[in-house]
Design a protein around this ligand. Structure first.
Ligand SMILES: Cc1cc2nc3c(=O)[nH]c(=O)nc-3n(C[C@H](O)[C@H](O)[C@H](O)COP(=O)(O)OP(=O)(O)OC[C@H]3O[C@@H](n4cnc5c(N)ncnc54)[C@H](O)[C@@H]3O)c2cc1C
Length: 256
């Protein structure tokens, strides 16, 4: 008789389809239902774009408290590690002073300027559902609904990019940042430009992001797909690297 461990290993190896269908899929469906409900409740309870300035003042007050206590610890966001997309366990959160940057709202859509102003915990799913209902979309839209604007800008949001608009950071028209001296600084290519260009990928080292203005483009209901097979590396490179004048808005290369 095989031992329990060996039996389990045998079942996982030879009946993994069954295990995935009966255990993993229901578990992930339940977790997904739980997180969607939690996000919806958090959004409904905390949504109030008019109170944005008040929420920024709350962040500033936390920094002022830290300063008046001698600014002893390092600072980090209070967002729990399990809520982020990263697989890293952020142990530094145990020893650092946590600043609550609980800002979840979509603040303003400006069709004239072609921008949407959002708070850092607004997610891709939340923003795209709101924009698409008004006929717009982000010019670069990362695939996963749970990715936050703050995480994409301050972290490493580079997987989703566009041959027309660049990386996610390239659709950011401006940032509002609360720095360690307790000031809220607005930056854009024409205002505090040095700070503006340093913010992407800075992992929160320059301050706490409290708002960002992102470029939007009109979204049509349907798209026309054009399929262009290539059969060699040279052919692939000439289409992707030299073919930047491709007529379409979206371009996706898939290796089969
Ligand atoms: C499974 C997986 C799939 C992914 N898919 C994609 C994809 O489709 N497209 C893509 O572009 N990228 C993708 N990424 C990369 C992803 O964009 C980055 O990992 C991103 O940093 C995750 O963001 P988050 O919302 O989970 O934020 P977090 O992990 O919470 O934050 C990332 C960093 O930003 C800092 N930060 C966050 N908010 C603030 C703030 N308000 N002020 C100061 N600092 C802040 C945090 O402290 C942390 O250092 C993926 C990553 C994983 C693990």
């Amino acid at each position: 008789m095989p031992k329990t461990g060996q039996l389990f290993e045998h079942l996982l190896t030879h009946y993994r389809g069954l295990f995935a269908t009966l255990v993993l899929l229901p578990a992930s469906a339940l977790y997904s239902a739980y997180t969607s409900t939690r996000n919806l409740i958090a959004f409904r309870l905390k949504s109030a774009p008019a109170k944005h300035d008040e929420r920024v003042q709350k962040v500033i007050r936390q920094i002022e408290d830290w300063k008046s206590n001698g600014a002893k610890e390092k600072l980090c966001t209070a967002r729990s590690g399990w809520k982020t997309m990263s697989e890293m366990v952020p142990k530094y959160k145990l020893s650092h002073r946590k600043i609550d940057v609980g800002l979840y709202d979509i603040l303003e859509i400006s069709e004239q300027r072609g921008t949407v102003k959002v708070e850092p915990l607004a997610t891709m799913g939340q923003i795209s559902r709101d924009l698409i209902s008004k006929g717009w979309t982000l010019a670069v839209l990362p695939e996963l609904d749970d990715l936050t604007v703050g995480g994409l800008i301050m972290g490493f949001g580079i997987e989703s990019s566009s041959h027309k608009y660049g990386l996610f950071q390239h659709i950011c028209a401006s940032f509002d940042l609360v720095t360690a001296d307790g000031q809220c600084v607005r930056c854009s290519p024409s205002e505090n430009a040095d700070l503006y260009y340093l913010i992407p990928w800075s992992y929160g080292t320059l301050g706490f992001l409290v708002a960002a203005e992102l470029r939007i483009i009109p979204a049509r209901k349907f798209i026309r797909l054009h399929y262009q097979p290539v059969y060699s590396l040279v052919g692939y490179a000439s289409r992707t690297f030299h073919g930047l004048d491709l007529p379409g808005t979206f371009c996706r290369a898939v290796e089969l």
